[in-house]
Each structure stands twice: as structure tokens, then as C-alpha cells.
Ligand binder design. Structure first.
Ligand code: HEC
Length: 195
């Protein structure tokens, strides 16, 4: 009995060490997002198009960067919520749908993300964080099918951003068509796609 009681604290210390090591391992990639410049600004904000436009380099750049990275952190730590897990596009690289996806993108997304996905739509400048530079971010390894469906369907309310939720506004297939268009590199509308 006595021996058992003595053994317990040792076991607890071991468990604490394991938990700490696990926290450090899980926490390690997250730190990438926490890097700040010496002036408090986030370094190399990959969500924004590099530009000298003053509206894009405001005092709140670090705060905007922190908000943008919330979804990516959640994704790295736990993946997408269960209802979006295994969401797969039925249209992998379907060229014939690029025009259709482009028309849907122009109608629903370009106002904020810009006609070519540069994050420079007419409604963009007033938003903090500003709309993502999707033409660049679409290449990110994070932006797999299930990440895109989750993001576009649920929007940014849960991460305190202005990205709207489209699960009620758009059919799932239409969201996948927009994904086809974005992955095709945001080509300009051609005659076939314009009504
Ligand atoms: C009212 C403006 C607005 C509209 C319209 C809009 N977005 Fe966004 N979107 C944002 C903002 C702001 C962000 C950055 C904050 C965030 O990630 O939640 C964003 C982020 C995103 C992201 C996340 C990028 C990342 O790195 O996680 C994707 C993907 C995206 N939008 C796709 C779309 C698509 C597709 C549409 C059209 C169906 C659309 N958005 C319409 C404002 C908008």
C-alpha cells in the first residue's frame, strides 16, 4: 500500500512530461503564424497581395493576420468539422465547368475577392481582415477539397471575419464549380461563359 502511494507522484510527473511534450509538438507548427516583426506587424502575410496601397498596410495588420490564421490553426489542430470531413469534389479539374464556375464566382465572390482572385474587389478595402488573395492561396496545401467546402459553406463568423456563409445561398455543386474555376487559375470570362 505504502509503495503504491509513493509510486503515484512519479507516474503523474511522467504523464505531465508526456502531455507537455505533446503540447510542444502540436504547438510547434502553430508558432509559424505567431511570428511578429519587431514593430509588432505580422511578417510576410501570404493572404494579401503585396502592394504599396496604404489601405492594405494599416496599423491593424497584425490583428488582421491573427484573425486570418484562425481557420488554418483550427484545421492543423483538429482538421475540418465532422460534417465536412471527406467532402470531395465530384468535378476534379473538369475543364468544361470552368466557365460556369467563373460566372458563379463573378456573381458571388468577385465583389470582395476581385475578378482575378487578387483580394481587391470593390467591397474589399473596408473589411478587416481584407478578403484573401485567393489566386495565391488556392495553391496552398491547406486548401484541399474539404477545407474549401467548409470555408465557403460556413464562412468566417466562427473566426470573427466577414467571409459570408454560402451553405444556404449556393447549391453544393455550385460551390464545387467555383472551386474548379479557382483551381483553373481564375481565367477571364470568355465568350462562351458570358450570357
Ligand atoms: C463580403 C466579402 C466576401 C465575399 C462576397 C466572399 N468572401 Fe471569401 N473571404 C472574405 C474575407 C474577408 C476573407 C478573409 C477572412 C477569412 O479567412 O475568413 C475570406 C476568406 C476566404 C477563403 C479562405 C482562405 C483561407 O486562407 O483560409 C476562401 C477559400 C474564400 N474566402 C472563398 C470565397 C468564395 C469562393 C466566395 C464566393 C462564393 C467568397 N469567398 C465570397 C470575404 C468575402
Amino acid at each position: 500500500m505504502r509503495q503504491r502511494l509513493q509510486a503515484e507522484p512519479t507516474i503523474r510527473a511522467d504523464l505531465c512530461a508526456i502531455a507537455l511534450a505533446a503540447a510542444l509538438i502540436i504547438g510547434a507548427p502553430v508558432d509559424v503564424f505567431a511570428q511578429d516583426g519587431s514593430d509588432g506587424r505580422a511578417l510576410g502575410d501570404m493572404w494579401q497581395r503585396p502592394t504599396s496601397e496604404p489601405a492594405w498596410t494599416g496599423e491593424d495588420a497584425a490583428a488582421a493576420y491573427a484573425l486570418r490564421s484562425k481557420r488554418h490553426k483550427a484545421f492543423m489542430q483538429g482538421g475540418v468539422p465532422p460534417e465536412y470531413r471527406n467532402a470531395r469534389s465530384p468535378y476534379p479539374a473538369a475543364d468544361r465547368l470552368v466557365g460556369e464556375g467563373g460566372a458563379l464566382y463573378a456573381e458571388h465572390c468577385a465583389g470582395c475577392h476581385g475578378p482575378e482572385g487578387f483580394g481587391d474587389g470593390v467591397a474589399a478595402m473596408d473589411l478587416r481582415p481584407t478578403p484573401t488573395f485567393l489566386a495565391f492561396m488556392i495553391e496552398s496545401p491547406d486548401l484541399v477539397d474539404e477545407y474549401l467546402m467548409w470555408t465557403i459553406a460556413e464562412g468566417g463568423a466562427q473566426f470573427d471575419t466577414e467571409m459570408p456563409a454560402y451553405k444556404d445561398a449556393l447549391d453544393t455543386r455550385d460551390i464545387w464549380k467555383i472551386v474548379v474555376y479557382m483551381r483553373a487559375g481564375f481565367p477571364p470570362a470568355n465568350d462562351d461563359a458570358v450570357e
